[in-house]
Each structure stands twice: as structure tokens, then as C-alpha cells.
Write a new protein. Structure first.
Length: 243
């Protein structure tokens, strides 16, 4: 029996204890185990997985956005959606995230999200720290991974909570501001999750009418724009000519 056939047989035998997902990178089929004592999707052992084919690591809530598998009721229940297909079922954890105002000549980068929660909304580059990775380092890494640009001189701006009850997600997002190194244009490094990067005038966005051009904006970014302490930070930032 080939390795692939043996794997399929094992998975079929344990269908009631596994959930199926598709790698968004190479599109191969993967499985995630459920706890033996509670074989339901609310008891998923882990929310981080590595594709067995391309070895890329993905977050469960990101890859299970669409009902792309199966025509039978059993297969539908093995997806990350409820029977109505309207609510993502995940463990209810609090996650840390980062977002960066990546600055160059008074302007910062924004991109429009797609194929994930907040699709169609304008957002900053950023993402989740890896285990043991300090948030400023994670913030700089995420900017480079998403835009191809390095940022330096990172400063803390503030933080915001955002809860998506329908997805079982609660994020605490840490906001930073930093300087882009060099004059190279931003590249869209994650075309499956972002429509592309644009440069937005910081002063006009916070203290003028520039923000009205970019509706809707991602929820946590909208909150930081309206946060009094953050506004004080940007007021000082602009007045000191740091932009």
C-alpha cells in the first residue's frame, strides 16, 4: 500500500475525528485532528497548521473562510462552518497582532484586504508575532513580508481591542510607526490577501478630509484614528516635523 493510499485510509477511518481544510498556497487537502472526547469543531486542538505538501504554516481561521469542500452533509460538518455556513467555529482565544504606519515623506502605506475577515476594508501592514518574538520585531518583519520594504525607528503609538464574535476571534492590536528605508516602491507580496499598497498623507488622514477617501477602514484602524491618546501622539508627531 502506498503512503498516500495508507494516509487516505487512516483519514477515512477517522472521519468523525478530523476536520478538513485546503492550503491556500498550493491548494492541497489537509486534515486537522479533533479532541477524542469531543469530536466537534469547537474543540480543535490547534489553530496553527503546516501544509503537508508545501510546508507553509497557516492560521486555521484564515484558511477556513469558504465552504469549498464536500457535497455530503458529513463533509460539510467537517468544514470550519456551522450548518448555515455563516459562522466560523474556532477556539475562543485572545490573539496579539501588530500594525504599522510605515512612513516615507509624510505618507504611510495602506492596502485593501481581501479573502479574509475585514475583506474590502483599508488596513495597515502588520500581523501576529511568532512565539517568543517581541512585538516591534514582529511588526518590522510583517511589513517586510507584506510590502518588501524595511522599516526602522519603530515607535509605539497605542493599542486597540477588536472582537469578531461570529468568528470566535479577539485581537489586541499593537500599533507602531516607523520609517521606510530607501525609495523602492512597495510591492504586494501577498496578492491573495491584499489588493495592493497605496501611500496616504498622514496629516490629511488624521486632521483633514483624507480619511473620507478610504472608507471603509479596518475596525481597529478606525478605533486608533479616534483614540484621544493616539491623536495626541500624531499631533506631536506632525508638529515636530517627524513626518
Amino acid at each position: 500500500m502506498s503512503e498516500e493510499t495508507q494516509e487516505t485510509t487512516i483519514m477515512d477511518a477517522a472521519i468523525g475525528m478530523w476536520a478538513k481544510y485546503q492550503c491556500p498556497s498550493c491548494k492541497s487537502i489537509n486534515w486537522i485532528p479533533l479532541k477524542p472526547d469531543s469530536p466537534d469543531l469547537s474543540k480543535i486542538d490547534t489553530d496553527a497548521m503546516q501544509c503537508r505538501k508545501c510546508n507553509k504554516i497557516f492560521w486555521y481561521a484564515e484558511v477556513c473562510r469558504e465552504e469549498t469542500f464536500g457535497e455530503t452533509e458529513e463533509e460539510k460538518q467537517a468544514n470550519a462552518y456551522t450548518e448555515t455556513g455563516s459562522s466560523l467555529v474556532t477556539n475562543e482565544f485572545v490573539y496579539a497582532g501588530t500594525a504599522v504606519f510605515a512612513m516615507r515623506r509624510g505618507k504611510f502605506l495602506m492596502g485593501k484586504r481581501k479573502n479574509t475577515y475585514g475583506a474590502g476594508q483599508w488596513a495597515l501592514p502588520g500581523g501576529k508575532p511568532d512565539f517568543g518574538e517581541f512585538s516591534p520585531i514582529a511588526a518590522a518583519r510583517e511589513v517586510e513580508e507584506e510590502t518588501g520594504l524595511k522599516v526602522v525607528n519603530l515607535k509605539k503609538v497605542g493599542w486597540q481591542d477588536e472582537v469578531w464574535k461570529e468568528h470566535g476571534l479577539h485581537f489586541v492590536t499593537l500599533f507602531f510607526i516607523g520609517d521606510i528605508v530607501g525609495d523602492e516602491p512597495a510591492r504586494n507580496m501577498e496578492t491573495n490577501r491584499n489588493e495592493g499598497w497605496i501611500e496616504v498623507d498622514l496629516k490629511g488622514f488624521f486632521f483633514g478630509d483624507e480619511r473620507m477617501k478610504y472608507e471603509p477602514i479596518f475596525a481597529c484602524l478606525g478605533k486608533i484614528v479616534e483614540d484621544r491618546e493616539s491623536l495626541d501622539f500624531f499631533r506631536r508627531y506632525v508638529s515636530q516635523g517627524q513626518h
